[in-house]
Ligand binder design. Structure first.
Ligand SMILES: [Zn+2]
Length: 250
């Protein structure tokens, strides 16, 4: 794996053509977790996936679209358009230097504008392939046997707390609270999270454990890497099939 930490001299000459742009956030994660959870998980999962795919891994973007966390002190956010612009700038830098496969790895549900950015990048640069992956969603089906509440988890619950207990146990303070709001998750499009859950937790943090975190982390990394590899391969196959058709028409 190529990493921003040690390969800035070699990346251009290397055979590595895949780059990962991890995107996190800095926002409240209940009374028991630090505000940097999404950024820390983005870094850790991207490093794990990068190793499996021999990809160049950028440092995770620490700021995202955390508007829904307004009112919880310390949470910060950038405009949706700013986030899209930063990610597109980074992708363009990578494309200019020969990277043809770019993965935008999102660890924060509020970063919804990334879907727009990834479409723009792909349709403006047909010679490159840009994927958008949300590791937690990719792995949800496989996490069912590990994280009891995975299907009702929203934020700072059993999944994120377990992951942090595994990766940064020193930053977790005691068992977190349980809170399952009586509104569906799309209510975060209508109101600040604080009104749905005063603790800032959307899930059952008290179910978390280090063992669950270790198992969940492995599943998330494995499934995300496999999904990325399969998606790039499928896109290559489709491009190969298209070529003769294009020639016939001209
Ligand atoms: Zn989070």
């Amino acid at each position: 794996m190529a990493s921003y930490k040690n390969t800035y001299k070699n990346v251009e000459e290397s055979q590595v053509d895949t780059a990962i742009i991890p995107v996190g956030a800095t926002e409240q994660h209940g009374p028991h977790l630090p505000l940097g959870v999404d950024w820390m998980l983005a870094n850790a999962v991207a490093q794990g996936v990068g190793e499996k795919l021999n990809a160049y891994v950028l440092p995770a973007m620490p700021f995202g679209a955390s508007q829904a966390h307004k009112g919880f002190r310390g949470s910060v956010w950038i405009d949706h358009n700013t986030l899209a612009a930063v990610v597109k700038d980074l992708a363009h830098c990578l494309m200019e230097q020969g990277f043809r496969r770019i993965v935008i790895m999102n660890m924060h549900g509020g970063n919804i504008v990334l879907k727009v950015a990834v479409r723009e990048l792909n349709f403006n640069h047909p010679d490159c392939r840009v994927l958008l992956v949300f590791p937690q969603a990719v792995a949800t089906k496989d996490l069912v046997g590990v994280i009891d509440n995975i299907t009702v988890e929203g934020h700072a619950g059993e999944f994120e707390t377990s992951m942090m207990l595994h990766l940064h146990p020193d930053l977790v303070q005691g068992p977190g609270p349980d809170c399952l709001p009586d509104v569906p998750p799309d209510f975060l499009d209508y109101l600040p999270m604080q009104l749905a859950t005063p603790t800032g937790v959307w899930g059952r943090a008290s179910f978390a454990s280090t063992d669950k975190g270790e198992r969940a982390f492995k599943i998330v990394v494995d499934k995300t890497a496999a999904m990325i590899a399969a998606s790039f391969q499928r896109l290559d196959e489709i491009a190969q099939k298209q070529k003769p058709g294009i020639h016939e028409r001209h």
